[in-house]
Design a protein around this ligand. Structure first.
Ligand SMILES: [Zn+2]
Length: 205
């Protein structure tokens, strides 16, 4: 129940089991009172007796610095403000971010896979995307390529490395010397990119 008492906005929550009255001031400056179903005159008297305490609490809240949290997103190895990135205005929760990464990965990574598959003259059966904790990508024996949706947080050249790496597993289903040479034949910076990725994570190896 909302009341205005002594100029304060009071939110009165009635709980018949309460023996005492409890008072606090919320961050929004709203006076919150919890008590049993007291008559209004008792409430007025109680609030009135606490006026100076309430005022002090409100002053404390007003003196607190307002913290504005810059809303950022890590995309292609750049920490960007949401205002700088298209279609990110509605990113509020972790779920929204996950959805955004999944959507971006599906668009960007799929196009890179198609491009490299053509260049390497390889065919796969399916591309899948999901958020993974331990790996950037994988290739199944049924030629299904899977990519971590968080891959779009990485540098674009690292994404290409992961794409070529997984595609190469269609030829070499291991991490043999031949496998790495095969990757290198399609991506000359293979060794440095592999090292760079290893530095960032121990996920792929
Ligand atoms: Zn591998």
């Amino acid at each position: 129940m909302r009341l205005t008492i002594c100029g304060f906005e009071v939110d009165h929550q009635i709980n018949s089991r309460l023996k005492h009255a409890y008072l606090r001031v919320g961050d929004d400056g709203l006076v919150q009172l919890r008590s049993s179903n007291l008559p209004l005159s008792d409430i007025e008297q109680f609030i009135s007796s606490k006026q100076s305490w309430i005022l002090k609490e409100i002053q404390k809240i007003e003196a607190k610095p307002t913290i504005t949290i810059a809303k950022n997103i890590l995309l292609f190895a750049n920490m960007l403000n949401l205002d700088q990135v298209r279609d990110t205005s509605s990113l509020e929760s972790r779920k929204d971010y996950d959805r955004y990464y999944a959507h971006t990965a599906q668009n960007y990574v799929k196009a890179r896979v198609e491009l490299f598959a053509k260049q390497m003259n390889l065919s796969y059966s399916q591309i899948k995307f999901r958020k993974m904790k331990r790996r950037w990508g994988s290739c199944s024996s049924h030629a299904v390529l899977s990519f971590n949706t968080l891959i779009v947080q990485l540098d674009k050249e690292l994404i290409d490395y992961i794409v070529v790496h997984e595609l190469s597993h269609l030829v070499h289903f291991n991490h043999s010397k031949e496998f790495h040479l095969f990757v290198r034949s399609h991506l000359t910076q293979e060794a440095s990119l592999r090292a760079k990725l290893k530095e960032i994570s121990c996920i792929l190896y």
